[in-house]
Design a protein around this ligand. Structure first.
Ligand SMILES: NC(=O)c1ccc[n+]([C@@H]2O[C@H](COP(=O)([O-])OP(=O)(O)OC[C@H]3O[C@@H](n4cnc5c(N)ncnc54)[C@H](OP(=O)(O)O)[C@@H]3O)[C@@H](O)[C@H]2O)c1
Length: 252
C-alpha cells in the first residue's frame, strides 16, 4: 500500500528536497507551508517523478489551521504514515538586540509548530505504526554565539522529540535530525548578512537522501554531515571551548 508522508515547510529549502526524495521513492505527499507559489513548484516537480502530491496553505503556528488540515484529510480518508516537522525560521544576533517578536516567532514556528502537528496527527501515526521526524539543528544541541535566541527554540524541540522517542517506543518510530548549515532561504534575514559569508554550507539536496533513508529506516538520531558528531562530542566535554571556537573561527 502507498504510504503518505506529510512534510511541513515543504515549499523550499530542505523541505522541498525531502519531498522530492520521498516522491522518487513512491510515497504520496501532503505538502504544507504558507506560500502557494512555492508549494506549487514543489508539487509540480514531485508529480514529474510520478508521485501523487497535494499541498495545503497552513501556518504551523495556528492550531486552528492544523486542525482544519486534519479534518480536510480525514474527509479524503487520508491517514498519515510519516510526519516530518521541518518548518523553521531563524534570526541572528545577541539577545539584547533581538526584538521580542522575533524570539516569540522562533518559539512559535520551531517549537509549537512541531507540537501542534504532532498532537493533531499522533493518532494517525499510532494507528499506522508510523514515523515521526523532527528537523532540528546542531544548534539545538550546541549553544552557538549570537544564536542565543534561536538555540532555545530548537533545544525545546530536541527535548520534545527525545521525550516522544521514549514515550512512543514500540508504537511510533521517532527520528530526530540535526543538520549543520545548509544553503537555503533560512539565512535570508538581514541579521545574517555578515555571517552568511563565513559558514560552510551544504546544498539541501546533498543531505536530503541520507535524511530520507534514515527516516524510512526509523534511525533515532541523525547528524548530517556525520563529522559534526565530533563537534557534538567536543561540546559535551566543554561548551565553553566550542563557544570560544565559534567566536574565533567565525569572528562573531
Ligand atoms: N538552513 C540551515 O542552515 C539549517 C540548518 C539546520 C537546520 N535547519 C532547519 O531546517 C528546517 C528547514 O529550513 P530551511 O533551511 O529549508 O529554510 P527555508 O528554505 O527558509 O524553508 C523553510 C520552510 O518553512 C516554512 N515555514 C516557515 N514558517 C512557517 C509557518 N509559520 N508555517 C508554515 N510553514 C512555515 C517556509 O514556508 P513559507 O516561506 O511559506 O513561510 C519554508 O517552506 C528548519 O527547521 C531549520 O531550522 C536549517
Amino acid at each position: 500500500m502507498t504510504k503518505t508522508v506529510l512534510i511541513t515547510g515543504a515549499g523550499k529549502g530542505l523541505g522541498r528536497a525531502l519531498a522530492l526524495e520521498f516522491a522518487r521513492k513512491g510515497y504520496r505527499l501532503v505538502l504544507v507551508s504558507k506560500t502557494h507559489a512555492d508549494l506549487k513548484i514543489t508539487a509540480a516537480i514531485a508529480r514529474k517523478s510520478g508521485a501523487h502530491a497535494d499541498y495545503y496553505l497552513v501556518d504551523v503556528t495556528k492550531l486552528d489551521d492544523v486542525e482544519r488540515l486534519k479534518r480536510t484529510l480525514s474527509k479524503k480518508k487520508l491517514v498519515i504514515d510519516l510526519l516530518i516537522n521541518n518548518a523553521g525560521i531563524g534570526f541572528f544576533g545577541e539577545i539584547k538586540s533581538t526584538d521580542i517578536s522575533k524570539i516569540s516567532s522562533m518559539m512559535s514556528v520551531n517549537y509549537l509548530g512541531g507540537v501542534y502537528f504532532t498532537k493533531v496527527f499522533l493518532n494517525d501515526l499510532i494507528s499506522r505504526k508510523g514515523t515521526l521526524a523532527f528537523i532540528n539543528t546542531v544548534a539545538g544541541k550546541i549553544l552557538v554565539p549570537k544564536f542565543g535566541a534561536y538555540c532555545p527554540s530548537k533545544a525545546a524541540l530536541d527535548f520534545f522529540g527525545r521525550a516522544l522517542a521514549k514515550e512512543l517506543k514500540g508504537k511510533v518510530k521517532v527520528v530526530n535530525v540535526y543538520p549543520g548549515p545548509l544553503k537555503t532561504g533560512f539565512w535570508k534575514d538581514k541579521s545574517f548578512s555578515q555571517l552568511r559569508r563565513k559558514f560552510f554550507f551544504n546544498e539541501p539536496a546533498a543531505v536530503a537522501g541520507r535524511i530520507t533513508e534514515s527516516i524510512i529506516k526509523g534511525r533515532g538520531t541523525v547528524v548530517v554531515p556525520g563529522w559534526l558528531n565530533l563537534l557534538l562530542l567536543a561540546n559535551v566535554a566543554s561548551n565553553d571551548f566550542v563557544y570560544w571556537l565559534f567566536k574565533k573561527i567565525y569572528k562573531i
